[in-house]
Design a binder for this molecule. Structure first.
Ligand code: ADP
Length: 633
């Protein structure tokens, strides 16, 4: 190796060392954070886990020590029956009491863990609501979210409770076992012959300890290798499992999806996809199974051979009078316990180290910036009374998308102005209103409200500026009134008025429980199922109830019959008289009344103007208009 090569190798080694140290530092920070997080959420969780660990470690020794005592007494010609009886009673009593206490402690710990788990799930969901809407649609982020919620007790922050308990239990087990091993070595074989001398020879004891260590180390090494192998395959093997869960959830637990599944005989297709995903999972995990089978074979073989040696050694010492027959049980038991304790310690430390990555993923997810929540300016009454929006050369691409969905958008609209947006599917209409409502932020350009970038306004106040009906609006499995008001305490009269203005008045009069009617069946067997049109009217009522300064309607009447549609547009027009409004509609006839129409094409504003101006321009709008007009003709 040349001098330069040596230098380069040294530098690389230093860098690796530094990055490993950095990693370890970051990991220990996250671990501290996780422990503080758990202790804060449930102050009793660690004390209880430690108590449980001590009980679990001590429990096997009750059986071992008392059984050994009973055997020794039995083998003694001068045995006392009452002493024997007392010991048997103590054995049964302590066994019973110990088991009951452990069961009780275990159940209590489960309850505490469950409470923390619910908190973790809530934190994950809240984060999803807080983060930038476009980010929440990012498949990679969704994958992370699904992984975190699927780990539950096994991995991540909550797994730390089990790991702390495991380490502590292992340490107590090892402590007790070492005390007994020392006692075993102190017990000397009696007699003058060579076998007794051999059994008492220090070299035999050292050999015994070496073999014990070898057996334990080999089993730990095997388990490490196996876990490492599993860990390597985790990310790829978890993917099909997560997808299976998603498919099962969307296909089997959502009543509304049942129609399409039946009508298009999709059952076969879904079963096929589930089978394929199951197959993919098995293919990913099979090498790890094979690897585990191969590795554990040798580890078990070595361990059983060592057990045989233990029985021979302990038995021989007993034959040569080192201790009574009962102690055979004690010392063979102690060796097994020692092995178990060391293995558990190493397994738990290994799990702990591997779990660091999961803990980090969890906090990394929670620490993602809430891009939309940065602004500080209030949206004052003055702005609400008189406002103007401006899109200035705005470009936006969804995360992970190959190209922008909107490019170079510039336009202005103000209070009192009704804007219609038309254009072909996928031309960027919905994306435009998502940007306006700050569900997503543009990568280039600015959106201004009264000359100020909308990112500078307080996010919640800015959101309250809009009443919306989205194309894919969501009606929740709540009561009717709660759905309209979007809160549990509401003004019943205003909710009724909103429902009437949304064309739901007649249907409301048929509902025995009125605004208290539970919607859909998930929360109540008596829940009411709404038709598509009725759901849309409830969504419109919610928009009316909010009564915000600006109204955004994305295909608000797609599911309504023509009479209801005409009626809603008239009412909407009255409702938005003093407000600004944007309507997205495919029925161009309903855009007539708007002051201005923006025609979108491939993420750009291709034309804009009044209905008459656009017809006269004989461009895209004219073509769309003529295409629809021929059906009416
Ligand atoms: P429109 O409302 O005009 O039908 P959209 O604004 O919904 O169109 O979509 C514009 C483009 O952006 C389409 O090409 C669509 O595929 C894409 N798009 C919409 N939503 C997402 C998303 N969450 N992730 C990636 N691409 C998206």
């Amino acid at each position: 190796m040349s001098k330069a090569d040596k230098k380069a190798a040294k530098r690389q080694a230093q860098e690796t060392e530094a990055s490993a140290a950095e990693k370890a530092g970051a990991a220990s920070k996250q671990m501290k954070r996780a422990i503080v997080y758990l202790a804060k959420e449930s102050p009793g969780i660690f004390p209880l886990a430690l108590l449980q660990a001590v009980m679990e470690a001590a429990y096997p020794y009750i059986g071992i020590l008392l059984s050994a005592g009973i055997l020794t007494e039995l083998a003694d010609p001068g045995r006392s029956m009452s002493h024997l009886f007392r010991m048997a009673l103590l054995l049964v009593g302590l066994n019973f009491l110990g088991r009951r206490m452990m069961d009780f402690g275990g159940q209590l710990l489960d309850v505490l863990q469950y409470t923390v788990l619910k908190h973790i799930e809530r934190a994950v969901a809240e984060k999803a609501w807080k983060m930038d809407y476009a980010m929440s649609a990012d498949p990679r982020i969704n994958e992370t979210k699904q992984r975190i919620t699927r780990w539950h007790y096994g991995r991540g922050v909550l797994a730390l409770v089990g790991q702390v308990r495991g380490v502590f239990q292992a340490l107590v087990t090892i402590g007790i076992s070492i005390a007994l091993v020392a006692e075993f070595f102190r017990a000397k074989a009696v007699g003058e012959d060579r076998t007794a001398a051999l059994l008492n020879h220090w070299a035999v004891s050292v050999l015994f300890l070496v073999l014990l260590s070898f057996s334990i180390i080999y089993s730990i090494y095997t388990s490490f290798r196996i876990q490492k192998y599993y860990f390597k395959t985790n990310e790829t093997s978890e993917k099909p499992i997560n997808r299976m869960m998603y498919l099962m959830d969307s296909c089997f637990s959502k009543y509304r999806n049942g129609k399409d599944i039946r009508m298009f005989h999709a059952k076969k297709q879904i079963s096929g996809k589930l089978r394929a995903l199951g197959g993919e999972y098995l293919r990913e995990i099979e090498p790890a199974f094979r690897y585990e089978r191969r590795k554990t074979f040798y580890s078990i073989l070595i361990s059983r051979c060592f057990d045989l040696l233990v029985y021979l050694f302990v038995g021989a010492k007993a034959i040569f009078g080192a201790f009574g027959v009962g102690s055979i049980l004690k010392y063979t038991g102690m060796v097994t316990q020692l092995g178990d304790g060391v293995t558990r310690l190493c397994d738990t430390v290994r799990d702990f180290l591997q779990n660091l990555e999961y803990v980090e993923v969890y906090f990394r997810y929670l620490d993602m910036p809430n891009a939309t929540a940065e602004g500080t300016l209030p949206v004052t009454q003055e702005i609400r009374d008189n406002y103007e929006f401006e899109f200035r050369n705005v470009t936006f691409a969804y995360p992970g998308a190959p190209g922008p969905s909107l490019s170079g958008i510039s336009c202005r609209f103000r209070k009192g102005e009704k804007i219609a947006i038309v254009g072909r599917n996928g031309s960027g209409k919905t994306t435009f209103i998502k940007l306006l409502c700050r569900l997503c932020d543009p990568q280039e350009g600015e959106i201004l409200l009264n000359g100020v970038d909308i990112r500078k306004y307080q996010y919640q106040e800015y959101l309250s500026f809009f009443s919306t009906v989205f194309q894919d609006y969501q009606i929740f499995d709540f009561k009717l009134g709660e759905n309209v008001a979007a809160e549990s305490e509401y003004d019943g009269e205003r909710v009724k008025e909103a429902l009437e203005n949304a064309g739901f008045g007649e249907r409301l009069s048929t509902l025995a429980d009125g605004l208290d009617t539970q919607l859909f069946k998930r929360f109540s067997e008596d829940g009411v199922e709404l038709s598509g049109g009725e759901s849309q009217k409830v969504a419109i009522a919610r928009c009316l109830y909010k009564d915000a300064p600006y109204v955004v309607l994305d295909e608000p009447t797609a599911a309504l019959d023509p009479v209801a549609e005409a009626d809603i547009y008239q009412r909407m027009n009255r409702f938005t008289r003093d407000k600004g409004a944007i309507y997205i509609s495919h029925r161009l006839s309903s855009c007539h009344f708007c002051h201005r129409i923006l025609v979108f094409e491939e993420g750009r504003i291709a034309e804009q103007g009044s209905h008459e101006e656009l017809l006269a321009a004989k461009g895209l709008y004219r073509r769309l208009w003529d295409a629809q007009a021929q059906y009416y003709a």
